[in-house]
Design a protein around this ligand. Structure first.
Ligand SMILES: Cc1ncc(COP(=O)(O)O)c(C=O)c1O
Length: 394
C-alpha cells in the first residue's frame, strides 16, 4: 500500500469534498456552466482591488537585486513592521515587528502554531460547526481534537467549553466570523472565555493558548466589528491571511501575531519562526510580503458581499428556509428542512444546486452555501431552492 493507512482513512473521510467537486464538473459539462448554481466553495469571486495589482507592478519594476532570495524565516522586517503597526491600531495595544510572523496563508499559520505548541496527545478544543481542515491540522502535529458544541445560535457555549477542558488541553481554536455559520463572537463572550482559560491556569497549572483563526475578520456587515482577542486573554494568537479580504487565496500569504502581553511571547515567537522553517514553508512568499506594506487597511468592496448576503437570505427566507443572519464571512448555514442533510443536499443537486452538507462541519441537519458567487448564480438558483424545500413541506 503506497498511501499510509491513516491518510487513506482521512482521504475517505474528506471524500465528500471531492465528490461535490466532481459532481459539479459533471453537471456543468452536462447542462452548461450557466445552468449550474455552485455554492460549494469559499473561493472569493471578487477580483483583488486595483491597488494590489498596482503594488505588484511597482515591486516588479524595482530592479534592486535579491528580491527573490531566501530571507529570515519569520519574514521581512518592513512587512512585519507594517502589519504590527496596523494591528496596534486595531487592537488598541502596542505590537512591534517581533510579534508578527509571516506565513503561507492562515492554513500555514495554523499548522505552524499547532506544531509550536503541541506535545503528543495534547488536546485542542474545536467548536462545532468547524472549518473542515482543523482536525487534520491538529493530527498533523500529533494532537487530539476535542469537539465542543456552540449554542443553537452558534454563539460560544461557555459552559460546554469549560466542561470540555482538562489538564491535557493545550489550545482552543476559535473562528470568528465563522465558517460556516457567519457568526461573530461578541466582546462579553470573549472576555468570559478569557476568564475561563485563566481559571484553567490556576486549576491545572498549565496554559491554554487561544488560537483565533480570523481570515474573515474584515468581512463583517451592518457596522459590526470583530472584538479583539488580545484584549480578552493574554495567551492568545491571531492567525489570519489576505486570502479572503484581498481575494488572494492562491498567493498563500498570511501571518500569526502573538499577544504582546503574553508572558513568554518571545519563546513562542522563536518556536513559530523555527516551525515555519522545519515544516518546509521556510518563509512566506517574498513577492506577496513586499506588496503588503502598501496595502494595510485595503480590502475588496465588502458592501458587495453584504449585498449578496441580503439577496440570498431574502430569497431563501421567502422560500421558507430558516437560518441565523450571518454577521460576517461569505457563508450562509441554513437548517435542512429534513434531519438528513446529505439527502437534502442530494435534493438540491437535482435542481443543479451545489451545497455542502452540515455533517462535513460536524453539524448535521444544516447545509452550507458559499455566496462569494456572481449574482446570476444566486438569482438563477431561487426556483430550485423553492422546489427543493416544497418536496418536504407538510
Ligand atoms: C475558517 C478558515 N480558516 C482558515 C482558512 C484557510 O485560509 P488560507 O487560504 O489563508 O490558508 C479558511 C479557508 O477557507 C477558512 O475558512
Amino acid at each position: 500500500m503506497a498511501v499510509s493507512e491513516k491518510i487513506k482513512e482521512y482521504m475517505e473521510r474528506a471524500s465528500w469534498i471531492r465528490k461535490m467537486f466532481e459532481q459539479g464538473i459533471e453537471l456543468k459539462s452536462k447542462f452548461g456552466p450557466d445552468k449550474v448554481f455552485d455554492f460549494s466553495l469559499g473561493n472569493p469571486n471578487l477580483e483583488p482591488p486595483e491597488k494590489v495589482k498596482q503594488a505588484i507592478l511597482e515591486v516588479i519594476e524595482d530592479r534592486r537585486p535579491g528580491k527573490h532570495a531566501y530571507m529570515p524565516n519569520a519574514g521581512l522586517k518592513e512587512t512585519r513592521e507594517a502589519v504590527a503597526n496596523f494591528l496596534s491600531k486595531e487592537h488598541g495595544m502596542k505590537l512591534t515587528w517581533e510579534h508578527v510572523i509571516m506565513t503561507c496563508g492562515a492554513g500555514g499559520g495554523l499548522n505552524v502554531a499547532l506544531k509550536t505548541l503541541l506535545d503528543d496527545k495534547d488536546e485542542v478544543i474545536v467548536l462545532t460547526p468547524y472549518f473542515v481542515e482543523y482536525l487534520f491540522y491538529i493530527n498533523n502535529h500529533n494532537g487530539i481534537g476535542q469537539l465542543v458544541n456552540t449554542n443553537e445560535d452558534f454563539s460560544l457555549d461557555l459552559k460546554a467549553i469549560e466542561a470540555g477542558t482538562n489538564e491535557k488541553t493545550k489550545a482552543i481554536i476559535i473562528n470568528s466570523p465563522n465558517n460556516p455559520s457567519g457568526r461573530v463572537y461578541d466582546e462579553p463572550s470573549l472576555i468570559s472565555l478569557g476568564k475561563i482559560l485563566l481559571k484553567m491556569r490556576e486549576k491545572y497549572d498549565c496554559t491554554v493558548y487561544l488560537l483565533s483563526d480570523e481570515p474573515y475578520s474584515k468581512l463583517v456587515y451592518d457596522g459590526i466589528r470583530v472584538p479583539s482577542v488580545f484584549k480578552a486573554y493574554p495567551y492568545s494568537l491571531v492567525i489570519t491571511s489576505y486570502s479572503k479580504d484581498l481575494s488572494l487565496p492562491g498567493e498563500r500569504i498570511g501571518f500569526v501575531a502573538v499577544n504582546p502581553e503574553m508572558k513568554n511571547w518571545r519563546q513562542v515567537v522563536d518556536g513559530l519562526t523555527f516551525c515555519n522553517r522545519i515544516l518546509g514553508f521556510v518563509n512566506a512568499p517574498a513577492l506577496m510580503q513586499r506588496i503588503l506594506p502598501r496595502l494595510q487597511g485595503v480590502t475588496v468592496d465588502i458592501r458587495e458581499y453584504q449585498r449578496k448576503r441580503d439577496l440570498l437570505s431574502r430569497g431563501l427566507s421567502d422560500a421558507g428556509y430558516s437560518f441565523i443572519m450571518p454577521e460576517g464571512a461569505f457563508y450562509l448555514f441554513p437548517k435542512s428542512p429534513i434531519p438528513d442533510d446529505v439527502l437534502f443536499v442530494q435534493t438540491l443537486l437535482q435542481e443543479n444546486i451545489l451545497a455542502v452538507p452540515g455533517m462535513g462541519f460536524g453539524t448535521p441537519g444544516f447545509f452550507r452555501l458559499a455566496y462569494c458567487v456572481e449574482d446570476r448564480v444566486i438569482e438563477g438558483s431561487m426556483e430550485g431552492f423553492r422546489r427543493a424545500i416544497q418536496k418536504y413541506l407538510p
